[in-house]
Design a protein around this ligand. Structure first.
Ligand code: NAP
Length: 279
């Protein structure tokens, strides 16, 4: 979706041309992003640069990944305007109580004045982390994070945050794939106005499953592309990771086809019986 010629890069994909999810407090996030866990060092930097050339406009990092500097440098060197890139990072739970120092240090590492989304990476050790959530909301209101959310939270833990503050997380980033599909859980998030962002789309997927293979053959795409497209067709944000140039490209090439209702339902069925409950 972008061409690179002789050192100059022409970007053909702007954020406004991509499918996005609306965030509760305003703003939008791309439905397809680039995961950066285990994307580090020189190879990681090159992979992030390539992702930006291909057209990804959401970069998912975390303080725990130890690569925020590479992410910041790749964005700066790419020439893509900062406001065109949606950057997510995450607070390690052991930093609960030190939110302000952490965001200041992470913004410096990322070489930016704000992140688009700051997530509590895991619930802190006691309860849902209401004091941390209050700090997150204050930091958002000061403009250091455009949106704030959580990761690896149950609906019960989210309700604890909402009961205490009246404010839902914009996003809950959770492990998600056809095999983990849970219609009731998705509906619980929708009812609260929370965007579901799925992680590890491939790690819990058998890419040779006949349902995925048949669907892939019907659309002349790969099973991996079907898995990513299935997320989009559910309105779930997906952040595949790869350091392989061909996969970085093909994982973003999922906008030229869509799945029919029957196909989505068959793929939902890989998640077992829980997906047939209404929520
Ligand atoms: N919030 C959390 O607690 C949490 C936890 C885990 C992950 N995450 C986020 O979610 C992102 C994605 O999850 P993940 O990294 O765990 O796993 P993933 O994206 O499901 O899988 C990555 C693995 O799949 C391979 N792969 C990539 N594209 C492929 C394709 N088209 N066909 C076949 N294999 C392919 C990659 O290999 P190569 O790289 O060798 O190509 C890598 O081994 C992470 O990078 C991170 O940003 C968040």
């Amino acid at each position: 979706m972008a061409t690179a010629t002789g050192g100059t890069t022409e970007f053909m994909t702007s954020l406004s041309e991509q499918p996005t999810a609306g965030l509760p407090g305003g703003g939008r996030m791309p439905l397809v992003g680039f995961g950066t866990w285990q994307v580090s060092g020189r190879r990681g930097y090159e992979a992030i640069r390539q992702a930006l050339v291909v057209g990804y406009r959401l970069l998912d990092t975390a303080t725990m990944y130890g690569n925020e500097k590479e992410v910041g440098r790749a964005v700066r060197d790419s020439g893509v305007p900062r406001e065109e890139v949606f950057i997510t990072t995450k607070l390690p739970p052991e930093r609960a109580g030190r939110e302000r120092q952490t965001i200041a240090a992470r913004l410096a590492a990322l070489d930016t004045d704000y992140v688009d989304l700051w997530l509590v990476h895991w619930p802190p050790s006691r309860g849902a982390g209401v004091p941390t959530w209050r700090e997150f909301l204050a930091i958002r209101d000061e403009g250091l994070a455009r949106a704030v959310g959580v990761s690896n939270y149950s609906t019960r833990q989210i309700d604890e945050l909402m009961d205490a503050t009246g404010q839902p997380p914009a996003v809950n980033q959770i492990r998600w794939s056809p095999a983990l599909f849970d219609r009731a859980r998705l509906a619980e998030h929708r009812r609260r106005g929370i965007v579901v962002e799925g992680y590890s789309p491939f790690k819990s997927t058998d890419l040779e499953d006949p349902v995925l293979a048949d669907t892939a053959a019907a659309h002349e795409v790969s099973a991996a592309q079907v898995v990513l497209r299935w997320h989009l067709d559910h309105g779930v944000v997906v952040i595949p990771k790869s350091v392989t140039p061909e996969r970085i490209r093909s994982n973003f090439d999922v906008f030229g086809f869509s799945l029919g209702e029957d196909e989505v339902r068959r793929i939902d069925g890989l998640g077992g019986s829980s997906n047939f409950s209404e929520g």
